[in-house]
Design a protein around this ligand. Structure first.
Ligand code: IMP
Length: 436
């Protein structure tokens, strides 16, 4: 039995889609366990780029994929993705947990309204209705995938929800009139369309584990966006950590064999909130260089991402929270051409007792942290083809300064790299340790 969880160690967009796709080749099943279409997974194969928001990345390896109970599902988006994949002749072997929750149009509306109301405290959400849908789930107002298959129940639940949400919209000063019948009829139709995919997914996953099948649990977003362990309230509403895989897929913790953390060679953030290593002011040109070279624009929203130096205090925190075994590092090629590269190894924190140095992640005081950097020599820029050749030749062929950069990170985190990614394509990858 091998079950591996893949999680983001930063603020999302670490390249989990590519890494999951890479490992999916050897997996039997790929499972998503949290989040919804706030995620954006990009996979590049040859000249083709695929972007998904909901369907697990293993689909384009023609694997069985599961959307677990911990996810929230916008059915319009899911059905569009299914149609797109079908039109490109991919095999759809998809199961959706009957217990996953459904995003309704009023969730999207409320997402925007809540953000406006929060003002300075807003998280800069993707406005995909994620937070409001999880709110309903926890408040036990939520409507699950299974409810779509029972018209009477769906009607009762939706009538209650729509009555309540209509009042909420008014409180926020929004004039939208929710059309009950239209919503009910629309979602009954969606229910019929997804009926063949709905299943009791924990049984499928646990049976596969009993049969020694290989399962990949694909995390979305990143550790610092976790509702429990992230920089609250600038987080998403689900548990983005490895523990989330157990709850969000229905497997016991001791069934997980390995946890891989995906870490970008620098960091990016979409949304608001403190980012101690954000590259600003006189270094702004460097941030622009990285943003353009690394195409650091939101896959879901198109927003330009904030760019920062690699923050090892944060990644070490992610190592602890997720109990990471190994790290997959991505986008080392993007840093090519920079003379100097910084790594944050500690913070100077302004507390009640004055200033002190720490390498413990102050999740509640991040705005008071000044990064302490170690400066390293960069490596030359190369063309995508050159990086591709280097990837083929293996670790020995990478630039010496890149080796030093990696060694510094490994010494700090005290866990090995399992994979180095030198470009967006599946084969721009050097595998250092197998996970399956
Ligand atoms: P929500 O998940 O749309 O509620 O957004 C909450 C916070 O998480 C915001 O700061 C978003 O920018 C961020 N976020 C959500 N999904 C992603 C993602 O896939 N990558 C990066 N940031 C994300």
């Amino acid at each position: 039995m091998t079950s591996v969880v893949i999680v983001g160690t930063q603020w999302g967009d670490e390249g989990k889609g590519k890494i999951t796709d890479f490992y999916a080749e050897k997996a039997d099943i790929v499972v998503r366990f949290q989040g919804g279409n706030n995620a954006g997974h990009t996979v590049v194969i040859g000249e083709k780029t695929y972007k998904f928001h909901l369907i697990p990345s293993g689909t384009i390896q023609n694997k069985k994929v599961i959307i677990g109970n911990g996810c929230v599902i916008d059915l319009k988006v899911l059905l569009q993705e299914i149609e797109l994949l079908k039109s490109k002749n991919f095999k759809i072997d998809l199961k959706i947990s009957s217990n996953a929750h459904v995003i309704f149009p009023y969730h999207n509306l409320l997402d925007g309204l809540e953000e406006n109301f929060k003002g300075k405290l807003s998280a800069g959400t993707t406005k995909r209705g994620i937070g409001p849908c999880y709110q309903d789930k926890v408040a036990r107002f939520g409507i699950k995938i299974i409810d779509l298959l029972h018209e009477d129940l769906l009607r009762t639940k939706l009538e209650q929800n729509i009555t309540l949400k209509q009042k909420l919209l008014k409180i926020y000063g929004d004039k939208t009139e929710l059309d009950k019948e239209k919503i009910i009829n629309e979602y009954i139709k969606y229910g019929e369309k997804i009926r063949p995919y709905v299943d009791e997914t924990p049984y499928i996953i646990n049976k596969a584990l009993d049969e020694n099948k290989k399962i990949l649990f694909e995390g979305a977003q990143g550790t610092l966006l976790s509702i429990d362990h992230g920089i609250y309230p600038r987080t998403t509403s689900s548990n983005t950590c490895s523990g989330g895989a157990c709850v969000g897929a229905g497997v016991g913790p001791t069934r997980i064999n390995k946890v891989i953390g995906v870490m970008k060679a620098y960091l990016s953030r979409v949304g608001t909130g403190p980012v101690p290593t954000e590259i600003l002011d006189e270094e702004k040109e460097i941030a622009n260089y990285i943003r353009e070279k690394g195409h650091e624009y939101g896959t879901t929203t198109g927003r330009p991402r904030r760019i920062g130096w690699l923050d090892l205090v944060a990644v070490k925190y992610a190592k602890m929270i997720n109990n990471l075994d190994m790290i997959a590092i991505t986008k080392l090629d993007t840093l090519g051409g920079l003379e100097k590269i910084k790594i944050c190894v500690a913070y100077m924190i302004e507390g009640k007792e004055g200033r002190k140095e720490t390498d413990i992640m102050p999740t509640n005081m991040l705005e008071n942290c000044e990064p302490i950097y170690l400066e390293m020599q960069g490596w030359k820029d190369k063309s995508p083809d050159e990086w591709h050749k280097i990837s083929k030749m293996g670790y020995d062929a990478i630039p010496e300064n890149m080796k030093k950069y990696l060694k510094k990170i490994e010494d700090y985190l005290k866990i090995p790299f399992c994979l180095i990614s030198l470009g967006p394509r599946r084969d721009d990858t050097i595998q250092l340790q197998k996970i399956f």
